[in-house]
Design a protein. Structure first.
Lengths: 312, 288
């Protein structure tokens, strides 16, 4: 099932649902015909769309709103915070091309602080499916949860069949004593490849699909930190405010610690190009991830992520 | 400061054709926003070729004229113009989307001549206001152009900028609207109607001219009248055609971002010269 099919089904079954877009129709191209007046395109007006979504929610609706991730989370940030966060209205944010998925667009379109921004809003919940299968399994619960939600829409196909979703719970793919990779979203597929390489090198490897970043599965993180010699956090996000930060917060909260190797974008935007080239250039292919983990476990020294400079 | 010079229209048309060839050649191996680039090609070429005092001789001179490309996705038209006017090596255009260069779907200042990066709509009207304000404060004579898309006018910041420009009497600033009648997915008038656009800008305090954005004589006549009125923001609404020069994609809502096959590129280059209309099979409705 595709995202659009799922959303159409949900909205047809429940009159409360309104589908909105700030003229980003990639995910909802055919839904207008199915929903009629419950489809609203406000044009390229992210702020007005979010304010209007809040108004619709005041009237008992559940608006599912669409825009490019960077404009949805940054241009409309105050509207999201003030008009959906403060009143705790169930506005559902569907963000298109988050993280590396913006490939050749450049820094204006790179939403790699979206997790940090959205999880900083009281009442907001934050999710990042690993692939289309995960997305379709997660969305019904997210859409029906009585709070504002932010979802990194990811329709990539990894071929992995995920377990049913439980809000606030991570999906433990495997457990391992040498290293556990914690990841979310698009990079799940690269993590799967890295796990295979590491296992072939004789390591005991765990992999966790975090899925729900807020609320986050603290027990899954603590258990991995307790069982593995090394934790690797893997995300197409700035180092600040994403999964690496979440892990640090969870460990501190429970007065424990761990060796953590972060894969993230450290104080930089990524080099714009097509997605496979971006992954290779930034060091996020499964092979590159595995090599870095192997280097760390072999040398037992904290490595820093090499950062070729890119700025405007 | 009326410009009484004449233009070589035939030469401009020949150069515009070469700019369009560059745009088409960039629309493969990943593609680009080809339709919006073709609509803006003539007005960008006119401005750099005939009107703006900016070029290799003064790229860092604070007294140069400025051009801000706020609808940044039409940057292939700007790069094509730069290549034809000698601001950029033509060979460099082959580096589109290469990791070894900085030529991608939106402008950035790693390319000499680009004044500011863009891609998020409705940002550069206000940046251009800041530059125009400083020129006023310093008593400068240089001029500031900001090119906006018509779909971009959905964004509220564009209208805030017109209000502020009016309040500060920025008659050294020109907003040029590439009025190609389309936003990404559909005609503007079918989604968020903009008309009567001339009246809207006038009501906000601007001095407005509306012209055919593919007619070099009309562009020259309009820009020669700068400043349109003392103390008022200048607005040029340039009526254009999305996909101009390629009948097979002109005015087509489904041809915004295009990633053509190499065979299609060969065919489209001939189409630019009026040889035929291409049969296109590559993916439509691509959203980036």
């Amino acid at each position: 099932m595709t995202y659009e099919e799922l959303l159409t089904r949900q909205a047809l079954a429940d009159e409360r649902f309104i589908v909105m877009t700030a003229e980003n129709r990639a995910l909802v191209r055919n839904i207008h015909a199915a929903l009629g007046s419950r489809f609203i395109d406000t044009g390229i007006t992210e702020q007005t769309m979010i304010g209007a979504a809040a108004g619709l929610a005041l009237r008992g609706r559940i608006p599912v709103v669409h825009a490019l991730a960077s404009f949805l989370t940054m241009r409309a940030f105050e509207f999201v915070r003030t008009d959906t966060g403060i009143p705790n209205l169930p506005v559902k944010l569907s963000s298109f091309i988050p993280g590396f998925l913006s490939d050749g667009n450049g820094p204006t379109h790179q939403a790699i602080e979206d997790i940090a921004l959205m999880r900083g809003i009281p009442n907001m919940t934050v999710f990042a499916p690993a692939d289309e299968d995960d997305l379709v399994k997660m969305l019904p619960d997210i859409w029906n949860y009585p709070a504002p939600s932010y979802v990194r829409i990811n329709t990539q196909k990894s071929g992995y069949e995920h377990t049913p979703f439980e809000l606030g719970k991570a999906e433990v793919i495997s457990e391992g004593t040498d290293v556990t990779i914690l990841t979310y979203g698009l990079l799940f597929a690269q993590a799967l490849a890295a796990v295979e390489i590491l296992k072939s090198e004789g390591l005991s490897v765990g992999l966790i699909n975090i899925r729900s970043l807020k609320p986050v599965d603290e027990q899954a993180i603590l258990k991995a930190a307790g069982n593995s010699k090394l934790i690797a956090t893997l995300e197409d996000h700035f180092l600040t405010g994403g999964l690496y930060t979440i892990v640090a917060e969870v460990l501190l909260k429970h007065q424990t610690t761990a060796k953590v190797l972060p894969f993230a974008l450290n104080e930089k935007w990524f080099k714009p190009s097509l997605l496979p080239k971006v992954l290779q250039h930034e060091g996020f292919t499964g092979k590159q991830i595995a090599e870095k983990i192997l280097g760390y476990t072999t040398n037992a020294v904290q490595q820093t992520i090499a950062v070729p400079q890119f700025s405007e | 400061m009326t410009n009484t010079s004449t233009i070589d229209k035939q030469k401009l048309q020949q150069t515009a054709l070469k700019v369009r060839e560059h745009i088409v050649k960039m629309a493969t191996d990943g593609g680009c926003f080809v339709g919006a680039s073709l609509s803006a090609a003539d007005l960008i070429l006119y401005l750099y070729s005939e009107w703006l005092n900016v070029g290799n001789h003064n790229l860092n001179d604070p007294d140069r004229d400025y051009l801000f490309l706020s609808k940044g996705h039409d940057v292939p038209a700007l790069y094509g113009t730069f290549a034809e006017l000698g601001l950029m090596d033509k060979e460099r255009l082959k580096n589109h989307l290469s990791l070894d260069d900085h030529i991608y779907w939106h402008p950035n200042t790693k390319i000499p001549g680009i004044e500011f990066h863009s891609g998020s709509l409705g940002h550069l009207p206000s940046v251009a206001i800041g530059v125009a304000m400083d020129i006023k404060i310093r008593g400068g004579k240089n001029r500031v152009v900001c090119i906006l898309g018509d779909g971009e006018l959905n964004e509220g910041t564009c209208w805030e900028a017109v209000l502020v420009a009016n309040a500060y009497k920025l008659d050294n600033l020109i907003f040029v609207i590439d009025r190609n009648q389309f936003q990404a997915n559909m005609p503007t008038e079918e989604l968020i109607p903009l008309e009567p656009l001339h009246d809207k800008f006038t009501a906000f305090g601007a001095a407005v001219k509306r012209i055919d954005g593919h007619d070099f004589d009309a562009l020259h006549e309009a820009f020669s009248a700068y400043p349109f009125e003392t103390g008022k923001l200048n607005v040029v609404i340039a009526d254009t055609v999305r996909g101009k020069g390629l009948p097979s994609i002109e005015r087509r809502a489904d041809r915004w971002f295009c990633n053509f096959t190499s065979a299609e590129i060969e065919s489209l280059l001939k189409e630019l010269h009026g040889e035929h209309v291409s049969q296109l099979t590559s993916e439509t409705l691509v959203v980036r």
